[in-house]
Design a binder for this molecule. Structure first.
Ligand SMILES: *[C@@H]1O[C@H](CO)[C@@H](O)[C@H](O)[C@H]1NC(C)=O
Ligand SMILES: *[C@@H]1O[C@H](CO)[C@@H](O)[C@H](O)[C@H]1NC(C)=O
Ligand SMILES: *[C@@H]1O[C@H](CO)[C@@H](O)[C@H](O)[C@H]1NC(C)=O
Length: 595
């Protein structure tokens, strides 16, 4: 007996109309490609079997991505008779609900909107040279290759493809610290060390990947060429020698009112947005970037206020932090990002996020300025902002405590504010080691070495170390009790240990080598616990608290693959490359064989 339609079916039905329009539009071109899942009318095959067949077809239609294994032989394609009638037929889904399908001779066509939800697959109509084509894919993310040679001063994994600060959960890159502020788990915002490290490592990797930016110097105290600069009335500008910095600088003095243009440089069709400068305000003042987009003009102001970001109409304000008044600061801003984050606050009706032009940079108030540049990017400045954040915020235990509560599983796996994360410690190490190797400044190295201590402290004692089966050490991204054994965070912590191992010496070298080797031993023993046969598990909660497994969504699955590829280049063990290959096959619909 049929059950009544569940809510799931209702959802499906809402999509039906569109799906059928899609179906009709496609069937002339695509009837021959049976990408619609096939239902046999006489039998009721297990879901497993249907999906396997479907995934073979997915491979067939996705062969440009299938590099690692043989494709199934070309399918026999039934050619529909031009006159063959197509009519409605009900599809009874596991005796649970009904979906409206179509029948044409022996073939049954199910709406893709149903297939998509039911199997968690993806597809979209494309138009190639005027020809419609439907692109089906089993997953949505791509695997980026790590570098061939893993070096502690090289590109970090495949982070040249990451753009951390553009994400919605980043409120802004603060003008006080030059690092992202996260709203994840805490809408008011907090500094999340993992996000800061990833911000630094992505800019570092982009710098290597893209090469040096195009830089235009707008102002330098050494070269009194002020051709590009305009001076508003009641504003004075002159050169002087700064004894502290041993540098010629420009002194400016004007009203600090935001309506005053002060001392400003106009750009000709500025398409570069990275602005850097060394500046010291003696009394209150501000910096303003004016940006045009079509007929709208926006202004991004950097002011001495405690509010990190705010807006009013088309004016956006970033706080420079009141305690920076009277001190030299090195400011590096991506003006387009600052505008983008400001527009996200929704003060202005105009939300256009591209085709901006930077028109003008103005400085006002009283102070000294030097080295004003405008560039295609300021990756290394952002990288050092991140590295310096780690220097300035490391606590006495060598850690970067995370100030928000984290509920991995409410009431079962929770962390109170102030927890440490092995992933944060490890990613900070990767950042600090690179800063040390680039700058040759040993403060970065010492901070990275100090970050080791937390690895030895158990989760129960407020550290990050868990044990699996009383045999294997595991460095926890989320050091809950009971343990969670999150895979990607653990591997990132190993990458940090690996980077530090290349440059540490003495006792620190001994310690980091021990931690790394223990971690690697655990990883080799435990890796395949994360293999579900069709994808990967994000953590091992199904083993530690007896709940259902937590499947890694596709973007985490591809992070797992990139990490294994990197491990295969770091370690002489075929396990990593072999597993990476299989996991990559899951991504395009190939499953592990069943009995
Ligand atoms: C500086 O001026 C801005 C306006 O330009 C004002 O909002 C801010 O409160 C002033 N800060 C100080 C420290 O006086
Ligand atoms: C400007 O840059 C030069 C070269 O990096 C540096 O020596 C100088 O100290 C900078 N000026 C200021 C005021 O920091
Ligand atoms: C790096 O710094 C050390 C001292 O801390 C010094 O002996 C060495 O020559 C420096 N190397 C470079 C390349 O600057």
């Amino acid at each position: 007996m049929k059950k009544t339609l569940g809510s799931c079916a209702n959802t499906m039905m809402r999509f039906n109309k569109r799906a059928f329009v899609c179906l009709l539009a496609l069937c002339t071109v695509l009837t021959c490609f049976s990408f619609w899942s096939r239902c046999t009318t006489s039998t009721n095959p297990e879901r497993q079997a249907v999906s396997t067949e479907e995934s073979d077809q997915a491979l067939h239609f996705h062969n440009r991505n299938a590099k690692n294994y043989d494709l199934p032989v070309e399918m026999e394609i039934p050619v529909a008779a031009a006159t063959s009638p197509m009519h409605d037929v009900d599809c009874d889904i596991n005796h649970q609900y009904i979906v409206h399908c179509r029948r044409e001779n022996d073939e049954i066509y199910m709406p893709f909107s149903f297939i998509k939800k039911y199997f968690e697959v993806y597809g979209e109509l494309q138009s190639v040279e005027g020809q419609e084509k439907f692109e089906f894919s089993h997953s949505y993310s791509e695997v980026h290759q790590p570098p061939d040679v893993i070096r502690p001063d090289g590109i970090f994994m495949s982070f040249e493809h990451y753009n951390v600060e553009i994400r919605k959960r980043v409120l802004c890159v603060t003008a006080t610290e030059g690092v992202p502020m996260s709203t994840q788990w805490e809408p008011a915002g907090h500094y999340y060390p993992i996000q800061i490290a990833q911000f630094g490592l992505s800019h570092y990797s982009k710098q290597i990947f893209e090469g040096d930016p195009e830089v235009t110097t707008l102002l330098s105290g050494n070269d009194l060429d002020l051709d590009r600069w305009l001076v508003a009335s009641k504003t004075t500008v002159h050169s002087l020698f700064d004894k502290m910095r041993l540098s010629d600088v420009i002194e400016f003095q004007s009203s600090d009112s935001l309506t005053n243009q002060g001392f400003h440089a106009s750009m000709k069709e500025g398409s570069h947005f990275a602005v850097t400068m060394d500046i010291k305000f003696i009394s209150n003042g501000s910096i303003t970037a004016t940006i045009r987009s079509d007929s709208n003009t926006f202004r991004v102001h950097y002011v001495f206020s405690r509010r990190l970001i705010s807006c009013s109409g088309r004016d956006i304000y970033y706080g420079l932090g009141e305690n920076h008044l009277g001190k030299w600061i090195h400011l590096a801003r991506d003006i387009d990002l600052d505008l983008f984050k400001g527009l996200a606050l929704k003060c202005s009706k105009s939300r256009k996020t591209k085709d901006f032009t930077l028109l003008d940079i103005a400085i006002r108030g009283h102070g000294w300025v030097d080295n004003v540049t405008i560039s295609s990017s300021a990756h290394m400045d952002h990288f050092y902002d991140a590295a310096n954040w780690f220097l300035n915020n490391q606590d006495t235990r060598g850690g970067w405590p995370i100030g928000v509560q984290r509920k991995l599983i409410p009431d079962v796996m929770e962390l109170a504010p102030g927890w440490y994360s092995a992933m944060a410690q490890g990613q900070a190490m990767s950042t600090l080691v690179r800063a040390y190797l680039k700058s040759n400044n040993s403060v970065y190295l010492h901070a990275a070495e100090n970050a080791l201590k937390i690895f030895e402290i158990s989760s129960a004692q407020g550290g990050v170390k868990a044990r699996f089966g009383d045999t294997y050490d595991w460095y926890e991204e989320y050091p809950t009790t009971p343990s969670s054994f999150v895979l990607n965070g653990f591997i990132f912590s190993l990458f940090g240990l690996y980077d530090l191992k290349q440059v540490a010496s003495g006792e620190a070298l001994e310690t980091v080598t021990r931690f790394y080797n223990e971690g690697l031993r655990s990883l080799k023993a435990m890796l395949l616990m994360y293999d579900s046969g069709t994808g990967t598990f994000y953590d091992l909660r199904h083993l530690t608290v007896g709940l259902g497994p937590n499947r890694a969504r596709w973007d985490y699955h591809t992070v797992h693959i990139s990490q294994l590829l990197q491990l295969s280049r770091m370690e002489d063990d075929p396990l990593f490359a072999r597993t990476a290959k299989r996991w990559d096959e899951y991504r395009v619909g190939k499953w592990a064989p069943h009995n």
